[in-house]
Ligand binder design. Structure first.
Ligand SMILES: [Zn+2]
Length: 299
């Protein structure tokens, strides 16, 4: 698969923000501030990242480049190898744990059956923070990097208060986000992260998948999980043990959200798998007597 990169914008969104769209694989975001150029995510290959930097060259104006890795999922950071080694790469401390997990190399080996991933090297972030947030003071724009775990343990979103814009990356997703594991703590964390983003009352919520900046997606994601909880609660014990829950009337993906009509079969299959993971996590939570909307996230 050959992926081409395009620069794009959302109507009304501040013109210091540029969306880097790698077809329907992923969106990265470039933020131009007075002091720094900030690239949030480096796309899925060094070639795509290089293309991004070339396309952005006219906007760089000699300011230093800072890179943020929102999380260590391949589509968001495998472009890191295209960066000069002195470019700071900021991520959450938990990103380092993920990179040192054997799974990081296993996924790379598996993906490298496709030639376009040949040049990928796992390049680690160079500046990390633990705890809830860190702030990049750009002079005109402030970038607050907020730990928003749940989709992955290391996930961060970016809040830019001056222009009421949140780069939500994979915490908010259209049609649905995916929880990290079936551990109820991860589901509680994801719902807490969604609530945290909703409470920002952003005018723009920029996603990495779904090609939208509509804040309504945050509410739709929360509504999906609330409905899922209520429907799981309505099941008998025998029904809860049914292996085909995701095919059951009322619990199918299309029963819980509107699936875009033009979605490709491959993308649809992907979100069906996300939905199955979410059902498994909700079942595990409810079987353990946990309401993931109430339990504080276990960080
Ligand atoms: Zn992603």
């Amino acid at each position: 698969m050959d992926v081409t990169l395009q620069l794009t914008r959302y109507p009304g969104l501040d013109d210091r923000i540029t969306i880097l769209r790698a077809a329907d694989e992923v969106d990265a975001v470039f933020v131009r501030t007075k002091r720094f150029n900030v690239l949030v995510d480096t796309l899925a290959t060094p070639a795509l990242c290089r293309q991004a930097l070339d396309l952005l060259a006219g906007q760089m104006a000699g300011r230093p480049l800072l890179v943020v890795n929102s999380h260590m999922d391949w589509d968001h950071f495998w472009g890191n190898a295209a960066l000069d080694r002195q470019v700071p790469i900021i991520a959450h401390g938990k990103a380092i744990d993920r990179l040192s997990d054997p799974a990081a190399r296993e996924i790379l080996a598996e993906k490298q059956q496709e030639a376009r991933f040949d040049a990928v090297e796992l390049i680690a972030p160079t500046i990390t923070f633990d705890g809830e947030s860190m702030v990049v003071h750009g002079g005109d724009l402030t970038l607050k990097l907020i730990h928003t775990p749940g989709h992955t343990p290391d996930h961060i979103a970016v809040w830019i208060p001056e222009i009421r814009t949140c780069l939500a990356v994979d915490t908010v997703e259209h049609p649905i986000p995916e929880v990290w594991s079936s551990d109820p703590a991860d589901l509680s964390a994801l719902i807490a992260s969604l609530n945290r983003i909703r409470d920002l009352k952003a005018d723009y919520v920029v996603l990495a998948h779904g090609q939208t900046a509509a804040p309504a997606v945050v509410d739709a994601n929360l509504h999906y999980f609330a409905t899922l909880r209520d429907r799981v609660d309505g099941l008998t014990n025998t029904e809860r043990n049914d292996a085909g829950l995701a095919d059951r009337d009322g619990l199918r993906l299309q029963d819980l959200v509107t699936v875009p009509r033009d979605m490709s079969a491959e993308t649809r299959a992907f979100y069906e798998r996300c939905h199955q993971s979410n059902i498994a996590a909700m079942l595990a939570a409810r079987n353990a007597g946990i309401d993931p909307f109430r339990e504080p996230a276990n960080d």
